[in-house]
Design a protein around this ligand. Structure first.
Ligand SMILES: *Cc1c(COP(=O)(O)O)cnc(C)c1O
Length: 376
């Protein structure tokens, strides 16, 4: 709804007046300034608590000497390397200023007033924002019920399929989903994609794929050659620890990638980001350490939550969605005063929950102790 009297709102493109900006996790220095405290911790944005990939960081420092020149427009070297890694042609790969930019490119390319995008309730916040910004309709499929024995609040693929109609141009799926942490298995997801008309673009958002160890968790990248309408997105923001550099990528058919390239800004990914990402891809040791630390931390947090008499949604990501009682935002505020920033998810339709990023062992202990204190 346009707030009346706001200058410029009646000149905006369709959809813009009704938008609300994305609300990020609160920055640490802002909290410390507000409360006059020190040593607070942030477990709110699913960043890698181990820091950046050391190889990526070293390459970033070296690349900083070249910031007077424009980067390679298409990121030739990085796309080649990603292609080799995943058995794809470099023409099947598109880089982005974070994978968010790629989601936006999809919306700008395929969505406009009169058509719709289908996604699940409780799905990643950028899907409704980019859909609305393009002036298109959001067709939101109900999620699985809260008492689903296996995947409470998970994507309901049958409901998503039922939501697709002749006006649908894009389907967004997050696997695993943020903020719930829930995920889709190989057989069910592939059968779903098979049933989607070829004219509908399927965006499979795999921002946390590298963390997932479940054997029947699918690798969407292995499907892009089979489905010309499938676009799989990945990011360097999460496990690689390069969120501050803003770099992600997507894989799809050459036809799909070449259409998306039409809306690409020139030199959109900076040279520091390109160099760091390329080096981080070789940082197998850091990746392995991150996977292990996250798996340990997830178990630690799940056990601690249970010991507090609380429940959490099943998660395979680097975060846990915890049910804290009637008003998650109250608990969030109390945790802030303990110097701990987590993420309220009432804006995702989950007012009883808080999303907590898996931190280091010490950070996880601190958040559990603080939760115990504030819930007393
Ligand atoms: C974090 C996240 C992204 C993208 O982050 P970028 O930093 O823009 O790459 C995309 N999808 C989901 C589900 C996420 O949680």
């Amino acid at each position: 709804m346009a707030d009346k009297g706001h200058l410029f709102l009646d000149q905006t493109a369709p959809g813009i007046a009704g938008l609300h900006p994305y609300v990020p996790g609160k920055p640490i220095d802002e909290l410390e300034r507000e409360l006059g405290i020190l040593h607070s911790i942030k477990l709110a944005s699913n960043e890698n608590s181990l820091g950046p990939s050391p190889l990526g960081w070293a390459a970033a420092q070296e690349a900083a000497g070249d910031i007077n020149i424009y980067p390679d427009d298409l990121g030739y070297r990085l796309r080649n390397k990603l292609g080799e890694r995943h058995g794809l042609l470099s023409e099947q790969i598109l880089l982005g200023r974070g994978s968010s930019e790629i989601l936006d490119m999809v919306a700008r390319t395929f969505l406009y007033p009169g058509v719709n995008a289908v996604f699940s309730a409780h799905a990643f916040a950028m899907y409704p924002i980019f859909t609305q910004a393009a002036g298109a309709d959001a067709s939101i499929a109900p999620a699985l019920p809260a008492d689903d024995p296996e995947m409470p609040y998970g994507h309901d693929l049958d409901a998503m399929l039922a939501a697709i109609n002749e006006k649908t141009h894009v389907v967004f799926i997050a696997n695993p989903n943020n903020p719930t942490g829930t995920w889709l298995r190989q057989g069910a997801l592939k059968a779903f994609i098979r049933q989607i008309p070829e004219t509908v673009i399927v965006v499979l958002d795999e921002a946390y794929a590298e963390y997932v160890e479940q054997p029947d968790y699918p690798n969407g990248l292995s499907w892009v050659s089979e489905f010309p309408n499938l676009l799989v997105t990945r990011t360097f923001s999460k496990i690689y620890g390069l969120a501050g550099l803003r770099i992600g990528w997507a894989a799809g058919s050459q036809e799909l990638i070449s259409v998306l390239n039409r809306v690409r800004h020139p030199f959109h990914v900076g040279n520091i980001a390109l160099a760091a990402a390329e080096a981080a891809l070789d940082d197998a040791q850091f990746l392995q350490y991150s996977i292990q630390t996250n798996a340990d931390g997830l178990r630690q947090l799940e056990a601690g939550i249970k010991a507090l008499g609380l429940t959490a949604l099943p998660s395979v990501g680097n975060f846990l969605c915890v049910q804290v009682g009637e008003n998650g935002r109250d608990v969030y505020d109390k945790l802030l005063r303990q110097g701990i920033i987590v993420r309220p998810v009432d804006n995702y339709g989950l007012p009883q929950y808080l999303r907590i990023t898996i931190g280091s062992k010490d950070e996880n202990e601190l958040v559990l102790a603080a939760l115990e204190k504030v819930l007393q």
